[in-house]
Design a protein around this ligand. Sequence first.
Ligand code: PLP
Length: 383
Amino acid sequence: MIPYGRQIISEDDIAAVEAVLRADFLTQGPVLPRFEQAVAGRVGARHAVAVNSATSALHIACLALDLGPGDLLWTSPITFVASANCGRYCGSEVDFVDIDPETFNICAQALEAKLDAAASAGRLPKVIVAVHMCGQSPDMARIATLAHAHGVRLIEDASHSIGADYLGAPVGNCAYSDITVFSFHPVKIITTAEGGMALTNDPELAVRMERLRSHGITRDPALMTQAPDGPWYYQQLDLGWNYRMTEMQAALGLSQMDQLDRFIARRRAVADAYDQLLADLPLRCPGRMERSESSWHLYIIRLDDPTLHRATFEALRADGIGVNLHYIPVHLQPYYRDLGFAPGDFPASEFYYARAISIPLHAGLTDDEQARVVAALSDALTT
Ligand SMILES: *Cc1c(COP(=O)(O)O)cnc(C)c1O
């Protein structure tokens, strides 16, 4: 089976993890801040907080922005459930804004209309999670203008898009958001097995997220709310979690950062080749936004004829092509239906879901494998 995505682990990566296993610290040691600085430096953000998953990063990002019971979080339905669940972890309500049919990202026009209606109704969200589907940034400049006009805070769920650019600058620089989150799950652009990171330019948000990652505890006397009893003293200031990243994970991530440019270059080459090779088939290739360079986490085709969707998917799987579907609209999950959402609520997302297939794209995909994918797809759609 040619997988839709997978990691590449080099001998250098293995040596970096092994070195940590022979050293003094297995968690919260010296490699973690080096990994944080490498990512922050690369994307141009001032602060970075590494955690055990992007899901955890989204959770502490929401908490740092004071999201809580009675508040509202908005995201788009075509995403992994974690982009919405982070609001539920904080006791908030979640609602969705439909997607742009070409980029699969939150539709700025729909957002504008929904924000105006929410302002009139006195029910504005506190936080919007803008997802970077497939590695392509949403229209963050416009989204930020809309959000700021209503005093709404912004998190970028850039789980797919480390290494991407938007308006000529790296995704993750938080130029248009309070916090940006990356994922290092094995199918993502670089990996730490499990892992994530929250980036911000706001030192207060960074300090809060650092504390929330480790039980809400501080050892900094300057932050303590009562005088320390002695040199052993620490204080718990908030209710935090154990969301720490291990040193082995940080060492793997730091080593993977050396290969980021190579990974992105190969992913872009594969995506460009798909655009050419699939041009004559009865399907649509992913839309590309101007002045935006995707990291190409996913390559998602949409079939012209939705009645062929299931059979095409099955034929490709039977042919050894590890296709997938990203994503089932979150509002159609049983958990969210129980909260009141129903089919028909977000038509562009549901139209997309009836046609979308993720075909293999990763930095290790060979030209031969890509040719096999194209041949299988062509067979499935023309016979
Ligand atoms: C993978 C992913 C996440 C969760 O990442 P983990 O590191 O697995 O917790 C969140 N949002 C999106 C859009 C993702 O693709």
